[in-house]
Structure formats: C-alpha cells, structure tokens
Design a protein around this ligand. Structure first.
Ligand SMILES: NC(=O)C1=CN([C@@H]2O[C@H](COP(=O)(O)OP(=O)(O)OC[C@H]3O[C@@H](n4cnc5c(N)ncnc54)[C@H](O)[C@@H]3O)[C@@H](O)[C@H]2O)C=CC1
Ligand SMILES: O=C(O)[C@H]1O[C@H](OP(=O)(O)OP(=O)(O)OC[C@H]2O[C@@H](n3ccc(=O)[nH]c3=O)[C@H](O)[C@@H]2O)[C@H](O)[C@@H](O)[C@@H]1O
Length: 457
C-alpha cells in the first residue's frame, strides 16, 4: 500500500484523486486543501463542484480509501507520493502582470512539503505551470542541509470540465515527464507509471523529459484555443458571404488531417485555462526573445475578444441600435455545458457590455447561478432559475451555453410570453433556427445567415 496525497481540492484535484482511489483500491488517497469550506463540502452530500458521474464516484470511494482533510501537516508527513493541483492563475501584479503564471500557491506548497517531510518523496506537478518550473521546485525542495531527496515529475492534466470523470477514466494519454538521466528519476517515473497502469493501457502512458511534459500542456491548450478562434474567424466571413459555418466545419473536419472535433463556432471560448495558458505562453515566448511567436499566440486571445464583442455588436445593431431598457435573457452562464463553472465565461463579458448599453439583463442557467451571482456582484443583473419566467416580457434571448435543456424548451410558449419583435441570438448554434423563424422569431445564429422577417431595405 502507498499513501498518495493530493494537495488542492478543486476542479482538478478532487476528481483526479477520486479516480486514482477508485482504480487503486489498495492505496490510501488523501486530499487536502487550505479552504475549510471546500473540504467540508467534499465531505458532505453537496460537493463543491458539479461534474457528471462525480457524486456516484465519491459515494463509492469516500471513507473507503479516499479521505478529505485540512490537516496539511499530517497528510504530508504520511505521504509517499504527492500530487499538487493548486491554482496557477494569471499574475495580477509586478513583473509579468496580466501574462505570467502566478506561482505563489505552488511555491508555498513546495515549502510546506519540505517543512513537514521526514522522508524522501515523489512530488508530481498536476497544476499547469510554465516550462522549467520543476527546476525551481527541485531547488526549493532539495535543501542542501537535508538528507531528504525529492523527485519532481510533471504529469499535466488534460481533463475537460463536464467530461472530467470520463476523461480521467479513459484518457487519450497520460504524460509523465521526469529525469531519465538519474536512477532516482527513473524510479520515480516508474512508480507513477505503475499507478496509472492500473487502468490506462501502457501505450497511452508516455514518458518524456520534464520540460517537454510541462510545455506539452501549454501547447495542447494553445492548439485547442487556436482551433476555436480559427473556426470563429471563419464564422465571421460566413455571415458576410452566405456560407454556412456548420457546412464548412463538416467539410473541413472530414479531412483526417484536420479532424471533426472542436470545430463548433461560438460566442467565444471561456474557462479558467485557455486564456491563462495562452497568456503564459506569450510571456514565455517574450522572455526567450521570440517576439513573433508571442504575437502569433496573442492573436488567438485577441480574436476571442473580438468574437465576443462581435456578438454584442450584432445584438445592438439588429435591435435598432438601442437596447436601453430592453429585457435580454441569457440562456446559460456557464462557460460550457455540464458544469457550474463560470470562470472566464463569455457570458460575463457579454453581460457587462449589455449592462453598459443599459439593457435589463436576466440570467438563467441550470447549474451556474450561484457562481454567476458572485461574478456579477454589484452589477444590476437579475437571476431566474426558470427560463419560462425569465422570458416574460423579454425582447431578446441570447444563448450563451449549449445546455441540452435549451434545445427542448417550448419555444411557442416562449414566443407568446415575449415582446415583439422577438429576437434570438444563438451564440452556440444549438436551436432549430428555421422552426423559430417560422414561429415569428428573428433569428441570428453564429456563422449562418440571419433569419429575419424584416426586409433588407
Ligand atoms: N479546471 C480544469 O479543467 C483544469 C485545470 N488545470 C490546472 O490545474 C490547476 C488547478 O486548477 P483548478 O482545479 O481548476 O483550480 P481550483 O481553484 O479549482 O483549485 C485549486 C485548489 O488549490 C487550493 N490551494 C491553493 N494553495 C494551497 C495550499 N498551499 N495547500 C492546499 N491547497 C491549496 C485552493 O484552495 C483551491 O481549492 C491549475 O494549474 C489549472 O491550470 C489543468 C487541467 C484542467
Ligand atoms: O487545462 C484545462 O483547463 C483544460 O482546458 C480545456 O478544457 P475546458 O476548458 O474544461 O473545456 P473545453 O471543452 O476545452 O472548452 C473550452 C471553451 O471552448 C469552447 N469551445 C470548445 C469547442 C468548440 O468547438 N467550440 C467552443 O467554442 C467551450 O464552449 C468553452 O468555452 C481542454 O479541453 C482540456 O484538455 C484542458 O485540460
């Protein structure tokens, strides 16, 4: 039996450690966090995050070989292997503000590990960190005055929210970056490999040097974000030319070199990581004097901002250049479906812009209203669980999140409840546009021809 510890009980730490506990019943897995309320929630029936399949998983393993605690000191003392999944947000102060990753939580964790350890341990970077962070960690951990030795491995996490449990149980790959050149480095990599080998086929467990593993994580998110910005750039030209983005996505996605996934045009990408990791990559490129590479990745972020603004500009233009006093209902506030997470959600930016135009903004979402309330503290938006109630007297609906629920609503009932002309701006292209148009709505999808009852004159 091994004692495995996870530090950080957030969107990554909680689900990741739960899957390890489930798949490795002979090991004891402990998860610690400095946030007491979060640990209390993990120990209750109201988990701190919503993720399909998570409740059942936690029921199965909690108290068996998975334990949540705030006792950092004891947990570190007992652990053989420590996975660190603390937050690494964009720095907001000093050198690199607005671009670089803020590693203060990571460094504090490393110092705690050193302080409370009386035996050598393996430390695994699960958090997304800048390339070469492991060197700093090794230097902090491997104090010259101590006989203890810490091997630092990079094992970046690739799960996506909303599908986290499936992604963890059936990963495309697990990446283990370590120091092949030393005996203890090789042994540490093998120990981590053996944990994942409980359920991940060996050909999907890749070994590399630490720097490649760290950089692969930033590169992977940069490519995914770039793909969304690329399809969104094509959506803009579709709207001008009567090409249809769904038809274009399908056509290009059938080329096996391109692939069909992740080609959905949208109001823009959100989530806690794409922008943060792109900015971090930009910072690193600049740090190494690669100005052109930095500019290249910066454009992915800039284009995403343009796409969100384009969406609001269109609402304004189509609603006769004024939305002052008009009730606009956002269908969805989460940054994607099947999560309550709203970090960097395009809905936040869209709400602020609509409020600047003095619209009356009403927000509905099946999971994200508690987070939306926090994001919009001090703003004049209202929240409404029931979409039918939200649309009473509304002038427009803007679909922000691709929840299935919104496909299944009774749109005739909604149309009847709204002011006329009634507008739909589908920021996710999930609704039946023709059907809505036939009911009387004026429909504005992304990257497709508008279906409007007004003549073009
Ligand atoms: N959210 C996601 O889908 C993914 C996130 N990542 C990366 O994983 C890392 C964590 O992300 P999230 O789980 O979303 O963050 P999160 O904010 O949900 O969770 C981080 C947790 O670490 C805790 N923490 C901070 N310092 C601590 C300390 N010294 N001791 C104990 N606990 C401490 C915080 O209280 C918080 O609960 C980030 O680097 C992120 O880039 C990677 C893949 C997916
Ligand atoms: O490092 C991370 O945090 C994670 O970031 C993303 O996962 P996540 O942000 O949870 O969700 P995605 O499914 O990637 O969606 C990100 C954003 O892009 C948008 N998106 C995605 C796909 C698409 O075709 N179109 C589109 O607009 C989504 O709506 C969402 O706002 C990556 O997919 C994960 O591999 C990675 O581990």
């Amino acid at each position: 039996m091994r004692n495995i510890l996870g530090i950080g009980a957030g969107y990554v730490g909680g689900p990741t450690m739960a899957v390890i506990a489930d798949q490795c019943p002979e090991h004891k897995v402990t998860v610690v966090d400095i946030n007491h309320a979060k640990i209390d929630a993990w120990n209750s029936d109201q988990l701190p995050i919503f993720e399909p399949g998570l409740d059942d998983l936690i029921q199965r393993v909690r108290g068996r070989n998975l334990f949540f605690t705030t006792d950092v000191e004891q947990a570190i003392r007992e652990a053989d292997i420590i996975f660190v999944s603390v937050n690494t947000p964009t720095k907001t102060y000093g050198e690199g503000a607005g671009l670089a990753a803020d590693l203060q939580f990571w460094e504090k964790t490393a110092r705690q590990i050193r302080e409370f350890s009386s035996e050598s341990k393996i430390v695994v970077e699960k958090s997304t960190v800048p390339v070469r962070t492991a060197v700093a960690m090794e230097r902090i951990l491997n104090d010259k005055d101590s006989d203890l030795h810490f091997d630092v491995l990079s094992c970046p996490e690739f799960l996506a929210e909303g599908t986290a449990i499936r992604d963890l149980e059936e990963p495309d790959r697990v990446l283990i970056g370590g120091r092949h050149e030393t005996e203890s480095g090789r042994a540490a990599m093998q120990t981590l490999h053996d944990i994942f080998a409980h359920w991940v086929p060996p050909e999907r467990i890749l070994h590399s040097n630490v720097w490649s593993a760290e950089l692969s994580k930033l590169a992977s998110n940069a490519f995914l974000a770039q793909r969304v910005s690329s399809i969104n750039a094509i959506s803009a030209i579709c709207e001008k030319t009567q090409a249809d983005i769904s038809e274009v996505s399908r056509a290009i996605g059938l080329d096996q070199r391109i692939g069909s996934r992740f080609l959905n045009a949208s109001v823009g990408f959100g989530g806690s990581c794409f922008k943060k990791d792109l900015l971090n990559l930009v910072y690193l490129c600049r740090f190494y004097g690669l100005e052109e590479a930095a500019e290249y990745w910066m454009w992915v972020v800039k284009f995403n901002e343009y796409q969100m603004n384009r969406f609001v500009d269109r609402i304004l233009r189509k609603m006769f250049n004024t939305i002052n006093g008009k009730r606009i209902v956002l269908f969805g506030f989460a940054f994607k479906a099947n999560t309550g997470d709203t970090r960097e959600s395009p809905a936040i930016h869209v709400t602020h812009r609509l409020l600047e135009e003095r619209a009356e903004v009403v927000i509905t979402d099946p999971r994200a209203i508690p987070n939306a309330r926090k994001d919009l503290q001090g703003c004049n938006a209202t929240f409404c669980e029931d979409p039918y109630e939200a649309v009473q007297g509304a002038h427009a609906i803007a679909v922000m999140t691709e929840w299935d629920l919104y496909r299944q609503l009774d749109y005739q009932r909604i149309y009847d409840a709204m002011e006329k002309p009634a507008f739909v701006f589908d920021g996710r292209n999930i609704l039946d546009h023709q059907g809505l148009f036939e009911m009387g709505f004026h429909v504005f999808p992304i990257g497709k021809q508008a279906l409007s009852h007004f003549s073009n004159r």
